[in-house]
Structure formats: C-alpha cells, structure tokens
Design a protein around this ligand. Structure first.
Ligand code: HEM
Length: 421
C-alpha cells in the first residue's frame, strides 16, 4: 500500500490534459447524483439488449481468427483489443458511428493508451504521444456527439432503444415527461431529471471507453491464455456449455443462460483475480483511520492500495497463484466468500466500477461462445508469464495464439464426451 500525505486524488486519477471533463470522477454528492443517472444504463434490461449486439461481433472476429492461413501462432493482444473496441462502440453507440468512423476511433484510441504510459514527455507538442492523444480524443468526442444528436432525434420520434446512448436518452426523455405524468415507471424516476447535452453524453461515453477498453482487453487476453495453458479448465467450461445448451449450439446466448453458467463465470472471476487488469487505484481518506499501532492515516491523505496483494492473499484465496473456479462454488463458509473485501478487481466504495456486471457478462459470453466454436493453442514463450503494463497489464510476448474451427459434436455425445473430443 502506498500512502501519500495530502494527496489530491481529483488530479491524480487521470491526466488532466486528457480527461479533465470526466464527470464520473467527480466526488461527493455531485458524484452520487451523476451515478444515479447512469444506473439505468446497466440494468438487466439494458444488459440483455447489449448481449444481442455483442454475440454477432464475437462470431465475426472468431471467423477472421480461424481463417488466418498462417499455420504459425501470432500475437493476439491487438485482435483481442479490436474485438473489445468494436463491441464497446456498437454497445455504446449502436449504428450511429459508420464503419469508417469506428475504424478511425479504434486506430486512434491506441494513441490515447500510449499516452498513458508511465514514462512520457509531459507537454502536448506536435509529434509527442500526449499531442497525438489529444487529437485522437477530439476526433472520438466528435463521433460520440454525433451519435448523441442522432439518437435524440430518433428517440424523440418514438424509435426503440438499440444501444446504451439510446437507452440513456430515452430514460432522459421519459424523466422529462414524468414531470407532467407522475404515473411513469421507476426507471425514469431513477434518472436525473435534467437534460444532458450532446457534449456531456459524449464525454461520459468517452470515459466508459477509457475505463473499459484497456481493462477489458487485458482481461480477455489473459482469459484466452489461462484456459489454453490449463486445458482442464477449458474442458470443464465446454462440458458446462454442452450441458446447458443441449443440441442448440447456435441459439443466441441470453442473460438467463449466462446466469446458469456458474463454472464458466467463475473461470472468468479467477482469471481476473490472478491477473487483475487494474493493479492500483488512488483513494482519499475522508477521515483519519488506523493502519496499525504505529501508524494512523491522516484525513485527506491519498492511499493507493495494491489490488494485486489483496487478490493473492492466501487467507482469502488458499493456493493463491492457482486458478481454482471451485473456490467460488463452495458455499458461504469458504475462504473466498468469507473475505469479500479482498475481491478488489473492480475497486471498492462509491467509485467502484459501474461497468462491473457488463464486463463480467462480456467476458463470460466471449469464453462461452469461443469454447464451443474454436480450438486454440497458446505458444508459451520465455516472456508469456512476464507482465507488461500499458494502462492495463498484458503478457510481455503479446499472447501468441493459433485458432482453428471446433467441429460440432456428435448428436448422441454426452456433454462429457463432447467436451473431451
Ligand atoms: C474487466 C474489466 C474492468 C475492470 C477490471 C474495471 C476496473 C475498474 C476499477 C478498478 C475501477 C476503479 C474503482 C474504484 O475507484 O474503486 C473502475 C472504475 C470505473 N469503471 Fe471499470 N473496469 C472494467 C470495465 C469497465 C467497463 C466495461 C466500463 C463501462 C462500460 C467501466 C466503467 C468504469 C467507470 C465509469 C469507472 C469510474 C466509476 C466512478 O468513478 O464512479 N469499467 N473500473
């Protein structure tokens, strides 16, 4: 744990040049109010809508990976990022962003990530990473403002919500109508009764992209790597998939189905625990608190706990460096369930990750879909298990993999036989 007396977390949370307008990093009551307005974006209804968008994107990316004619393994860290970027942009903005716009954002977003590396020239002079990142940010915000403006028109004309921005704008419009109609539903009541400008919506969506893209890419990269390195995990995931889906392997994944994927979900949880995408986050002590007999943290101090240590604490997670999905399935007396505060993958307190459910659903759905449609091999190199920090954490060798199609199992095979094939 790192303790910086009299730190100012509002400045330390991010590079102020890039993200000074990120409203989600407000504090106190304005932050609570703002988050209340965003809760409607991650309800079960909203997650169901996103899932429908996600699955088609996965299938397209899987098909491209399997079609690669090169028989050698290659680095997959960037293709995993691309899958996440397309998923995020379509989930957040639907079809309001053209294919070209999406490609531009995806290509340029990498410049923002590079600017967040620890060692960087700190001035925005032409050619520097910070300068490139500011340009990339401006272009991305323009697209998000466009998406918001188009969505406002479509929702006002009675269109059905197809993405996160639609859902937000519909909730805003319903909340506005509620002023005249007190019988409207509770979803509308939870939303702040105020109109957000296109710019405010664009900045919030940018903050979602920023908060999600690197963490999700790190999570996905390690997930593919972990299950390839431990085939027993993948075999059990497949067994669960074949059992839950019966003969209907092509039927769309639903949220109810995901709820039943207990083993698959716990592989995701363990993979995130072993390699947490975010390794530290700064917090402020709002009142003095005692660390031990020798030290009490004074009020106003910035405290940076190490998530890694909490997530590898043998008291909470015996045999902490091993992926053991069953540790989450052993009932309320198990060490993992007895130490819920150690589970810091998505942070803690009022700023805990707003996208947690969406992120877990996404990673579970990708693994579920991948396990039954593809086989994959991970080429282990001397640096596969070395960690490189680029906003999130990644394997130093970029995760070298080779994907191939997985034949459909025989209709008479049991889930065990199908998984073992
Ligand atoms: C595996 C994926 C993800 C991980 C590991 C992750 C992790 C985190 C962590 C550690 C925090 C800081 C929490 C704290 O201060 O205590 C955070 C905050 C945040 N995350 Fe995530 N995140 C992920 C995905 C996402 C996604 C998909 C979204 C959006 C759709 C998102 C949106 C946010 C936002 C907006 C915040 C700031 C919340 C606030 O300040 O109130 N994250 N996340």
């Amino acid at each position: 744990m790192l303790i910086l007396n009299r730190g100012r977390p509002s400045q330390s949370r991010s590079d102020p040049l890039l993200f000074s307008s990120r409203r989600v990093f407000l504090n106190g009551k304005p932050h609570v109010d703002f988050r209340k307005g965003l809760n409607t974006l991650f309800t079960r209804n909203a997650l169901s809508m996103y899932l429908g968008i996600q699955e088609n994107i996965y299938k397209r990316h899987f098909a491209a990976w399997m079609a690669d004619p090169d028989p050698q393994a290659k680095e997959y860290m960037m293709p995993f990022r691309d899958l996440n970027m397309e998923t995020s942009l379509r989930v957040f903005c639907g079809d309001y962003i053209s294919e070209k716009g999406q490609k531009d954002i995806s290509d340029h977003y990498w410049l923002i990530t590079l600017a967040l590396q620890l060692v960087n020239f700190p001035f925005a002079l032409p050619g520097t990473k910070v300068y490139n990142a500011i340009k990339a940010r401006k272009m991305t915000i323009k697209w998000f403002e466009h998406a918001s403006a188009e969505s406002k028109k479509r929702m006002a004309a009675g269109g059905e919500p197809n993405c996160l921005i639609d859902g937000w704008i519909k909730a805003m419009q319903d909340a506005r109508a509620e002023r005249e109609n007190p019988d409207l539903g509770s979803d509308a009541r939870r939303t702040l009764v105020r109109d957000f400008s296109d710019r405010e919506i664009a900045l919030a969506v940018l903050s979602f992209l920023f908060a999600s893209q690197d963490a999700m890419s790190s999570g996905l990269t390690y997930l593919f790597q972990h299950v390839a390195d431990q085939p027993e995990l993948l075999r059990k995931v497949r067994e669960e998939q074949y059992r839950l889906r019966g003969g209907q392997l092509d039927a769309p994944i639903t949220l109810d189905l995901i709820d039943q994927m207990e083993y698959t979900r716990n592989v995701v949880k363990e993979s995130l625990r072993i390699k947490p995408p975010v390794i530290m986050v700064p917090y402020t002590a709002h009142k003095a608190f005692k660390i031990d007999d020798n030290y009490t943290v004074p009020k106003g101090t910035m405290v940076i706990p190490s998530f890694w240590n909490s997530l590898h604490d043998p008291q909470a997670y015996p045999d902490p460096d091993k992926i053991i999905p069953e540790r989450w399935m052993q009932g309320p007396d198990s060490p993992a369930q007895q130490h819920p505060r150690n589970w810091l993958v998505f942070g803690s307190g009022p700023h805990y990750c707003i996208g947690q459910q969406y992120a877990l659903m996404h990673l579970t759905a990708v693994l579920a879909a991948a396990s039954i449609s593809m086989n994959w091999k991970h080429e282990i190199t001397p640096t596969s298990n070395k960690v490189r920090v680029i906003a999130g954490i990644f394997p130093e060798d970029g995760a070298r993999m080779k994907f191939s199609p997985r034949p459909a199992p025989s209709p008479t095979a049991t889930p065990e036989e199908a998984a073992a094939a």
